[in-house]
Every structure is written in C-alpha cells, then in structure tokens.
Design a protein around this ligand. Sequence first.
Ligand SMILES: Nc1ncnc2c1ncn2[C@@H]1O[C@H](COP(=O)(O)OP(=O)(O)O)[C@@H](O)[C@H]1O
Ligand SMILES: Cc1ncc(COP(=O)(O)O)c(N)n1
Length: 267
Amino acid sequence: MQPVLSIAGSDCSGGAGIQADLKTMCALGVYGMTVITAITAQNTTGVFAVTELTPEMVRQQMQAIFEDIPPAAVKIGMVSSAPIIRTIRETLQAYDAKNIVVDPVMVAKSGHFLLQPEAVDELRHLLAIADVATPNIPEAEALTGLTIEDAAGMEAAARQIAQSGAKHVLVKGGHRCNDANDLLFDGNQIMVLPGKRIDTKNTHGTGCTLSSAIASYLARGATVAEAVSQAKTYITAAITHALPLGQGAGPVGHLIDLYQKGKLTYN
Ligand SMILES: Nc1ncnc2c1ncn2[C@@H]1O[C@H](COP(=O)(O)OP(=O)(O)O)[C@@H](O)[C@H]1O
Ligand SMILES: Cc1ncc(COP(=O)(O)O)c(N)n1
C-alpha cells in the first residue's frame, strides 16, 4: 500500500481539510499520513476559530514522517501563514519529496479567509515546487491578478501560474455557474476535464477531496493527466453522493463501501 501525506488544517466537522483527505485516501486504497498545520473550529455553516501550529512543530511532524515512511505523494492544503509555508517548502526540498500536489487554499466556502493576505507571495514560492497546483477560480485570480470570466480566462491564469514553476496547473471550475469543467495545463498543452454542474449546496470539502485524490492516484503510479482525470471522476461521484448533514454546505460523500463492494473501481 502506497503511503501518501496530507499537510493541511484540521476541520473538526469532518468535511474538509485533513479529515476529507484521510477519507479520500482510505477510499482510494492508499496509506494516509498527516502533518497538521492548524486546527480550525468550523462546521457546515462557517469557520469560527483558527489556531496555527508553530513552524517548528510542522517541521518536526514532517521530519518524523520523511525519516521513517517517505510518502509516494504529498498533498498540501491549508497553510495559513508565511513562516509555515516556508518551512514546508524547505523541508519538502530537503527530503526531495515526490509527486507534490499544492491546493492553494485561501478562502473557505463559507467565506472565511484561511490564508493570511501577506502569505500569498510565500504561497507562490511553494507553488513553484509543485508537480500539480490546483487553484479554484478565485484563488487563480488572486495569484495572477487576472479576472476570470470564462474558459479563456482559466487558460490564461493556468499559463501564468505555470510560469512560476508549477509543472502542471489545474484551474478548477467549481465556481462557474454554467458547468464544472476544469482545465489542466502541462506547460505545453491544455486539457479540458469536462464536468456537468450538479445542483447541490453540499460541496464542503470538494477542493480538499480532489487534491488528495490526485495525490492518491499519483502514488498508485498514474501519470498526472491520468491522476487528474481519475480524481475528477472521483470528486464527481463524491458530490453526487454528498451528505445532507448540518445546516449549511454539507460534506461530499466518500464512497468507501462502493469501492469495497467493487461497484466502483479505482481507475
Ligand atoms: N456543483 C458542482 N457540480 C459538479 N462539480 C463540481 C461542483 N462544484 C465543484 N465541482 C468540482 O469539484 C472540484 C473542486 O472544485 P472547486 O469547488 O472549484 O474547488 P474548491 O473547493 O477549492 O473551491 C472541481 O473538479 C470542480 O469542477
Ligand atoms: C481546514 C480546512 N481546509 C480547507 C478548507 C477549504 O474547503 P472548502 O473550500 O470546501 O470550505 C476548509 N474549509 N478547512
């Protein structure tokens, strides 16, 4: 079983962050490990408090993992401050980490800022070592200064983010209202991952689930194009089976039983 690491924040309500990542990894048959960057008090209606861990504690968690069980892929999610982001980048580089997926989480679905505004520059440096970067439309706009209104805007942003060094850029279309097409740029070509918009308010954790699915498929040996396309299939099924839990945006479903019963396959 391939080990996969999630470096992210804890969502106590279980829909996003570390908790979504572990559920995804479990469903996709890889061995999940975690480095917690921050603890949030949140639920389906909002984020109420955030306490960061120290950069030193983040470094020590990473060291404990890389010295013992080097991950086949690493996914990075919420990393709220510049010193923590710098520590993560330096430690990933020191251990020559493979298959790095960076989800540049900035704002929760509920509107709460999860990234300090002064940390955006440091996040750009982290994106430079990513094998795959997965910004949503507002994040791609914040990273590039562009306004994205259509597929051409998504492509322009993907090209600009790739210039900073990310080998592949997936601009996610979940924030567009007509479809849910995502766009992958590999530094050379554009690939569209078609998606039909599913009419649901229960989309808490979509980005976390997608990026950890990409990392899981990479760890299982897929190419980036294969991993992104398999992860798109997974997130679409997870949104289709989203759970009407809580009073706000409920969490996506994780389909573990369907995989175990063989009703869904891993690729
Ligand atoms: N209502 C929806 N119907 C179908 N796919 C969706 C929907 N909302 C999001 N997605 C898909 O979920 C994935 C995560 O996208 P998005 O929600 O934009 O990310 P984030 O959680 O970072 O904001 C993408 O593949 C996107 O196309
Ligand atoms: C700890 C943590 N990480 C990431 C998200 C973003 O997820 P979403 O965009 O679905 O709110 C979140 N709400 N909490």
